[in-house]
Ligand binder design. Sequence first.
Ligand code: HXC
Length: 258
Amino acid sequence: MAYQNLLVEKKGAVGVITLNRPDALNALNKALMDEMTLALDDYEADDDIHCIVITGSAKAFAAGADIKEMQPKSYMDVYKEDFITANWERATRCRKPVIAAVAGYALGGGCELAMMCDFIIAADTAKFGQPEIKLGVMPGAGGSQRLTRFVGKSKAMEMCLTGRMMDAAEAERSGLVSRVVPAGELMDEVLKVAQTVADMSLPIAMMTKESVNRAYETTLSEGVRFERRLFHSMFATEDQTEGMAAFVEKRQPQFRHR
Ligand code: HXC
């Protein structure tokens, strides 16, 4: 499929999606997000892909939802089309692991898209923010909720109320990103991490991701119960048999993803 606003490239078992609207700092318009849904659908359906990476350019992961596209909309427009939810949340429904590789601006919807991924690795040039309040609106794709869970109330509240940006070091300190790497090494490093994930058993990685995500959605005791049941179920997989046998036999496991 030929995309107008994305580049897609398979690197072994890693499916890379690069946002590609350079003239608009990768502002997220409907066409781009529709394509993102298709690209994620494709990678999810592709048995050869075990991990997905979403990235942007050196200057911008994405500078937010497309303000020029939003500007003429009325309340009725956004209400009737349920603006944002329809396809924006596709990344959160991915069952395979999804990593955000962020360099430059990740603002508004761009920061929200990065937070929908399973984890974020940032270049030292990354800048995160929820500047919507400066436009007379507020975050609309989960920013006020996910940022608060990532960095806590005080910092999230300050960022959403002032629109100030957080640099990569602050983002790492406050738990928004898993780590920061030099900008020139971002993609090499992220692809290495993605390949490491892709080399694990895919169903086990999917269940692991499901279990970590439960931590956000339920109580500790329910989450622990959920985790234990998933853990038990793994003993019905070939990959558990192989993984433990390989350890005992002092060799590398050959996971067959089942
Ligand atoms: C549409 C955008 C855009 C955006 C940048 N551009 N961000 N177009 N929507 N979000 C366009 C500019 O209009 C300009 O086009 C070109 O990209 C380059 O941008 P500049 O502003 O000239 O670049 P620079 O001076 O380097 O400033 C970079 C910037 C600034 C600080 C990131 O562009 C900026 O503040 N952008 C808006 C950030 C923002 O408010 N994001 C939140 C959006 S609301 P031309 O044609 O003039 O060259 C949102 C709501 C989400 O995300 C809610 C639910 C999804």
